[in-house]
Unconditional design. Structure first.
Length: 635
């Protein structure tokens, strides 16, 4: 079995590596004492006198040819360790080049809030070639998406990076042998006595067969093993919720108050809205200069937050708040109380400048306890049941400026460990709370964050159908579609269809405040119709995904993709503004090709009978969209 050639827990053969005191672990680690217990291997530098202990926890899945590898380092000695550098949480070699000798890496851009968000591309690594995937600025999907597929001559390998900081993956083809090395981008440090560092995780799936089935296997692995469920909700279907700022084009922040939030909540229930979140600006000082004050503004919320949350609860909905607890602005309550907890982009010397934006150092346990207490108070006393976490700062320079020369990477490691511990505590103690992730849009989406948040905002370039189509096409290759969110504030089919393959954030002004409603008076009947269509669609969105056309970011493209469960599913078809095609011929995938199928246009209700092997869709105007449901009729 392919996977067995990469890992052998019984012999201590695991795919990670590092340099220690200038020596490669590939040469000395096999000589260290080992302790194997179930799925965990511990490697001891010196069992009697302490020193470095490397703990590798490997979960090998029975249902999928995949594993999850997590690495922890601990200094159990009485002196500093030797220098640890170049730590790769995942490294392995594959000696099976495809025909022609070149390996292919299927990758995607990150969520940079540009028209290129998550646009896909291929990297061809020929003999002697090298290629690097990485992030930028310390947020994990701030350059490349940390999910990618490698095509080899033997099959496909899907890798998911589990490090919510600065990561890098280097791939090199040396005479047909592909080496893959992934982990924290820059590590060069000694560990002090008693220190314990988690270095994140890597998930890898090794598939021999159809490449798209490797993606579908990975999607199901993520759905069943990583995506959390809101306790009491009953399932992992994509959500319907409203972040109220998007009812005013994404900019309704400091203007929100008790009265207008309750008005909108009262109007949203008929749309099957499950949760309502008030975004930035609810706190003293407002957005952004109030980040660090986490009490509600008494002028906007004279009765506190509870009247708003109780309005949602009366309608069977959850109410929640936006937080950016990692950012602290000078002059705020948190900055004034705990200057010693703050990281500054120029290093921690001198007095903070007026309105300076700093980071709360999550590597300090007391700082983590402090923000946890703030949030827990909202859960307990204000009946907050939704938690939205944003992060609008590139943290890398803050980490780097606060590292000593012999401790490069330590500030980042401790910070990320603190972040994980904080989020895990919320998930463990409040499993009924809906958690929505954001980082200037989709800049912090990796496998470690996927398992901690129910859904993730994918971009800050909202209400752009082409961006939505490209993003959903790409992300669907690796993640079940409950995991990411798209926003809707229009009523036309093209805009709505473009977001309907995701968790849905409603941006309609359901209480019809025409002062802000750029699209005119709220169209309740039309909104009801669109929500019923979405309910038909969403039952398939976590199931198997197939692209029916190549991806394209061009404005003259026509693209299509499919989700199916057995012999039924949905097909999304788009032709953009400059497309000159008059029709598109498609073939369904992943189903019984010998059956006949009923194809139902979800907009018109029109039903036609087709063969799975090929059917034509006419394009009568542009931009154009159709969402069809298909069901098997028989032989």
């Amino acid at each position: 079995m392919w996977l067995g050639e990469i890992i052998d827990i019984g012999s201590g053969k695991l795919p990670f590596g590092f340099n220690y005191g200038g020596e490669c672990s590939c040469g000395f680690l096999s000589g260290w004492d080992r302790q194997i217990s179930g799925d965990t291997v511990k490697y001891f530098e010196d069992k009697k006198n302490g020193g470095l202990v490397v703990t590798a926890k490997l979960k090998a899945y029975e249902k999928w040819p995949a594993f999850d590898l997590q690495i922890t380092l601990e200094n159990t000695g009485t002196a500093d360790t030797k220098t640890i550098e170049g730590f790769s949480t995942l490294c392995f070699e594959v000696a099976s080049p495809p025909e022609g000798g070149a390996y292919v890496v299927h990758k995607a851009m990150g969520g940079l809030s540009t028209p290129e968000d998550f646009v896909q591309g291929d990297a061809v690594i020929g003999a002697g070639g090298k290629f690097t995937l990485e992030t930028a600025g310390g947020r994990s999907s701030n350059k490349d998406l940390p999910f990618f597929r490698i095509d080899t001559g033997r099959g496909n390998i899907i890798v998911a990076v589990g490090w919510t900081g600065q990561w890098k993956c280097e791939l090199e083809n040396a005479d047909g042998v592909l080496s893959v090395s992934a982990g924290m981008a820059d590590s060069h440090f000694v560990m002090h006595p008693g220190e314990k560092f988690g270095l994140g995780s890597m998930v890898a799936l090794f598939w021999e067969g159809d490449p798209y089935e490797s993606n579908n296997a990975f999607r199901q692995l993520v759905l069943e093993e990583y995506v959390p469920e809101v306790k009491g909700r009953g399932g992992l279907s994509p959500y319907i919720f409203c972040n109220t700022c998007f009812t005013r084009g994404g900019g309704w922040l400091n203007e929100c108050d008790e009265q207008n939030q309750i008005s909108l909540i009262n109007a949203l229930k008929p749309l099957s809205c499950e949760s309502v979140i008030t975004d930035a600006g609810w706190f003293v000082g407002g957005w952004p200069m109030g980040a660090g004050n986490w009490d509600p503004d008494p002028e906007k919320y004279p009765g506190g937050l509870k009247p708003v949350s109780e309005a949602a609860i009366r309608h069977g909905m959850k109410y929640g708040l936006w937080f950016e607890l990692e950012r602290v602005v000078s002059g705020t309550e948190l900055a004034n109380r705990h200057t010693d907890w703050l990281l500054r982009s120029g290093g921690n010397s001198g007095i903070p400048l007026e309105n300076e934006h700093m980071l709360l150092n999550l590597g300090i346990p007391e700082a983590v306890d402090y923000i946890y207490a703030i949030v827990e108070n909202k859960f307990k006393n204000d009946r907050i049941e939704c938690y939205r976490q944003d992060f609008n700062v590139d943290p890398l320079v803050y980490w780097q400026k606060n590292d000593a020369p012999d401790r490069v990477g330590v500030t980042e490691i401790k910070y990320i460990n603190g972040l994980y511990g904080y989020l895990d505590k919320i998930r463990a103690n409040y499993p009924e709370v809906f958690m929505d992730g954001c980082s200037s849009g989709g800049r912090r989406i990796d496998i470690e964050m996927v398992k901690r948040f129910h859904t993730h905002q994918k971009t800050d370039l909202w209400f752009n159908p082409t961006v939505d189509q490209n993003s959903l096409f790409s992300l669907s290759h690796y993640l079940p579609n409950v995991s990411f969110t798209a926003h809707i504030n229009r009523y036309d089919d093209y805009a709505f269809d473009s977001v309907s393959a995701a968790t849905l954030c409603l941006g309609w002004i359901a209480d019809s405040d025409e002062q802000y409603n750029q699209n005119g008076k709220f169209e309740a009947t039309r909104a009801d119709e669109l929500m019923e269509r979405y309910k038909t669609t969403r039952r398939y969105l976590n199931r198997s995904f197939y692209p029916l056309t190549p991806p394209s970011a061009k404005d003259d493209a026509a693209i299509a993709f499919e989700f199916c469960d057995g012999n039924s599913g949905v097909v999304f078809i788009f032709a953009r503004e400059k497309c000159e095609k008059s029709s598109l011929i498609l073939a369904l995938k992943g189903i019984d090709g010998g059956l006949r199928y009923a194809l139902t246009d979800l907009a018109s209700g029109e039903v036609t009978e087709i063969k799975a092997s090929g059917f034509s869709v006419g394009i009568d105007k542009v931009p154009f969209s159709r969402v069809f449901k298909f069901e098997a009729l028989g032989v």
